[in-house]
Design a protein around this ligand. Sequence first.
Ligand code: SME
Length: 156
Amino acid sequence: MEELIINGNSKQEKYASVLPQIQAVMDNSVDIVANMANMAAMLHETFGFWWTGFYRVVGNELVLGPFQGPLACTRIGFGRGVCGTAWKERRTVVVEDVEQFPGHIACSSASKSEIVVPVFQNDDIVAVLDIDSDRRAAFDHTDAEFLERAVALLQA
Ligand code: SME
């Protein structure tokens, strides 16, 4: 596969540049984990996030899936932390300052802000995409909009 080519400096330009490349490498002939792995790698490389990865719904908890970045906790309960909240509330959750989020699960003290985007398959949530930044307030509605479009490219 060719290298990732990112044009532009703004967040919008970077997303607009990486999204079609993500779409091009999504391969519906392999399982969703392989596609999650490439999506995490491409987002992580494009933006230089602190941590970029997936937790998959396995039974009644979230279990660590493909990711880029430092090691992370392996299991998260329904409604727990930012990830479990996004799963429970079935919506994208943006946290400007993780220290102000009650129940935030600190996998790393370097993480300052976070966005969690549910991955829907039909009407079920099968995973969440979790991205952490080492800067406060790194994520906003632009990230939410583009990341929701990205995870919609994942097929079971
Ligand atoms: N902070 C997350 C836990 C996962 S790590 O950030 C990778 C949370 O509160 O759900």
